[in-house]
Design a protein around this ligand. Structure first.
Ligand code: PAF
Length: 284
C-alpha cells in the first residue's frame, strides 16, 4: 500500500489507473480506524478495482470550541489497519496543502444543513462539503463510500453530488455496532468506564422504539420520541441535543411512522462527548 500526501501525486496516480480502465473507490475518513471504517474499506474493495482511503482531520468542520486538538490520531496505526484491508493508497494530505493561506472557497448546501447537527454545530457542514468536494477532485473516484451513522452528512453529500454534477456514485454503508449496541465512532475512545452505560442509552432507546413500533404501527412520532427521551434522560450523565423522527430523504419531521421514517439522535455525555445514532423503525 502506498501512502500519498500531495494532491498532485494523488490525482496523477488515479488518472493513470483510469487510463488502464480501472474503477476507483474512495473512502473519506478522519482516521483512528475502527471496525466501522474497516467495513467501509471492505465495501469499496468489493465494488472497485482500486481503493483510496483518505485520512484528513479537517479543521474546517470543527468549531473553535470543539475537539480538533484532541481528535485521536496515529498515522502508523491506521496505515497498518488499511494495509491489512487491501487498500491501495492511504491518502493523507497536509493541512497546508488542503487549505493554503490563499484558500477562499466554501461549498454550502442549503436547507438540509440547518437543523439537527447543523443547528448545534454551525458551519460544520460547510466544512464537510468543502473538504469532500476537494477530496473528490483530488482522488477522482467513480464511487465513494460513507457510513450511515452520519445520516445527515450522507444526505448533504448526496445533495452536493447531485447539485454539482460530480460523476460519482455515493454508497451509504450500514452502521457497525459494538456487541453492546453502541454505534462505533472514533469519539467512543473519549468515553470513560463510568460513562459507558449512559453511552449505551442511544442504542437501548432505538431498540425500544423499534419494539414499540413493531407492536403498534399507529403510535405517533411524538409518542415514540417521548419514550426515547425518557430512556435517555434516565441516565443523569446524558443531555439531549436532538431526538427526531424524520423522512429519510427530505429530513423533514414525519407525521406518521412508515418504512421511510428514521429515528435520529444526538446526545451529550457529561457535556463532553457528543454521540449520534440513527435507525429506521419499520422492517428491521
Ligand atoms: O465522516 C467523516 O469522517 C468526515 O466528516 C469526512 C466525511 C471524512 C469529511 O472530513
Amino acid at each position: 500500500m502506498k501512502v500519498i500526501t500531495t494532491p498532485r501525486e494523488m490525482q496523477a496516480l488515479v488518472i493513470t489507473w483510469k487510463g488502464e480502465g480501472l474503477k476507483v473507490g474512495l473512502v473519506p475518513t478522519m482516521g483512528w480506524f475502527h471496525e466501522g471504517h474497516l467495513s467501509l474499506m471492505r465495501k469499496a474493495r468489493e465494488v472497485a478495482d482500486r481503493v483510496v482511503v483518505s485520512l484528513f482531520v479537517n479543521p474546517m468542520q470543527f468549531a473553535p470550541t470543539e475537539d480538533l486538538d484532541n481528535y485521536p490520531h496515529d498515522l502508523e496505526r491506521d496505515r497498518k489497519l488499511a494495509e491489512a484491508e487491501g487498500v491501495d493508497v492511504l491518502y493523507a494530505p497536509e493541512p497546508a496543502d488542503m487549505y493554503p493561506a490563499e484558500f477562499k472557497t466554501s461549498v454550502h448546501v442549503s436547507g438540509l444543513t440547518t437543523g439537527l447537527c447543523g443547528a448545534s454545530r454551525p458551519g460544520h457542514f460547510d466544512g464537510v462539503t468543502t473538504v469532500v468536494a476537494k477530496l473528490f477532485n483530488q482522488t477522482l473516484p467513480h464511487i465513494a463510500v460513507f457510513g450511515e451513522k452520519d445520516f445527515q452528512q450522507l444526505a448533504v453529500i448526496r445533495q452536493m453530488v447531485r447539485d454539482l454534477d460530480f460523476p460519482i456514485e455515493i454508497i451509504g454503508h450500514a452502521i457497525v455496532r459494538e456487541q453492546s449496541g453502541l454505534a462505533m465512532s472514533s469519539r467512543n475512545t473519549y468515553l470513560k468506564e463510568d460513562e459507558m452505560e449512559a453511552a449505551h442509552s442511544l442504542a437501548k432507546a432505538i431498540v425500544q422504539a423499534q419494539h414499540l413500533v413493531g407492536q403498534n404501527k399507529n403510535l405517533s412520532p411524538d409518542q415514540i420520541k417521548e419514550e426515547v427521551t425518557g430512556i435517555i434522560l434516565s441516565y443523569p450523565q446524558c443531555t439531549i441535543d436532538y431526538v427526531e423522527i424524520l423522512d429519510r430523504s427530505s429530513l423533514q419531521p414525519c407525521e406518521r411512522i412508515s418504512s421511510e421514517s428514521v429515528l435520529v439522535l444526538a446526545v451529550k455525555i457529561n457535556q463532553r462527548i457528543r454521540l449520534i445514532d440513527n435507525s429506521t423503525l419499520v422492517g428491521n
